[in-house]
Design a protein around this ligand. Structure first.
Ligand SMILES: C[S@@+](CC[C@H](N)C(=O)[O-])C[C@H]1O[C@@H](n2cnc3c(N)ncnc32)[C@H](O)[C@@H]1O
Length: 259
């Protein structure tokens, strides 16, 4: 099982907050959600970044059910998502069924879909559809990055990174940049109205720590996938770090509403 350091989640929280697609939240506020109280389930909640961003925007009394398989992250989330009542569930979200989601007003996830397989995403979509609840799945990787300045080597590192995102881990083929397309198709098959919206990180001098950390991880993953890049990676990385780096990392948010 891969683990996510709370320090990494904390480092990205501001960029995530600035990237999230507000138009989808506006659309969500127009929907007649069951608000007695509003019950939100955050799947793969990590330290609760999405709850800290979304709860105030949804307004009214809320009960958040936080799901994660990492007990350390869950306990941070439970202690730091405020203004709502909280319940935590430790475990694998990919086994959730429609019956498990009964009574939920809204299912959310952030930076989760791309870590799952096609079967797992289709299973979660089926659970949401069976429970008849809307789903807001945010910040899934789109597989595109834009550096400023760009250079020819960007394309080969990007291709290797995307292949790494789609790798097989413990017999599971991860979706990486294909996760949103798979989710859209699955929701539409179940008759939902689906809207997607871009949610790019725009990293520059004011996010230098995140940009540097992200870039090191991005290059390391590319090299792990394509060992032939190892020779040029140190110079490539040094050039990028000298430049800031300035980069747009594309993500996609998705809102699915049962018709
Ligand atoms: C990239 S982090 C995102 C955390 C948080 N949603 C955020 O936006 O900061 C992915 C989270 O999903 C959790 N996770 C991944 N796969 C999971 C699974 N199958 N079941 C439960 N939690 C999972 C990880 O433990 C981690 O907390």
């Amino acid at each position: 099982m891969s683990t996510f350091a709370p320090e990494w989640l904390s480092l990205r929280e501001k960029a995530d907050a600035e990237a999230r697609a507000l138009d989808l939240v506006d659309r969500l506020r127009e929907i007649d959600l069951n608000r007695d109280p509003l019950v939100v389930r955050d799947l793969g909640c990590g330290t609760g970044s999405l709850g800290r961003w979304l709860a105030g925007r949804l307004g009214g009394p809320q009960h958040w059910v936080l799901h994660d398989r990492d007990p350390r992250l869950l306990s941070i989330a439970a202690a730091t998502v405020s203004g709502v009542t909280i319940e935590t569930h430790e475990g694998d979200v990919t086994g959730l069924t429609g019956a498990d989601l009964a009574g939920t007003s809204l299912v959310t996830a952030s930076a989760l879909l791309d870590l799952l397989t096609r079967e797992e995403v289709e299973g979660l979509v089926g659970a949401c559809a069976d429970a008849g609840c809307p789903a807001l799945f945010t910040l899934s990787v789109a597989g595109r990055v834009e550096f400023d300045p760009a250079e020819p080597a960007d394309a080969e590192f990007e291709a290797a990174f995307n292949a790494h995102q789609r790798r097989v881990v413990d017999g599971r083929r991860l979706l990486g940049p294909d996760s949103v397309a798979v989710a859209v198709e699955a929701f539409e098959r179940r008759g939902a109205e689906v809207t997607t919206s871009p949610s790019p990180w725009r990293l520059g001098a004011d996010q230098a720590a995140l940009a540097g950390e992200w870039l090191r991880g991005w290059v390391a993953a590319a090299v792990e996938q394509e060992p032939g890049l190892a020779a040029e990676a140190p110079d490539y990385l040094r050039r990028k770090l000298e430049n800031g780096p300035r980069v747009v990392v594309h993500h996609t948010d998705l809102l699915a509403v049962p018709r």
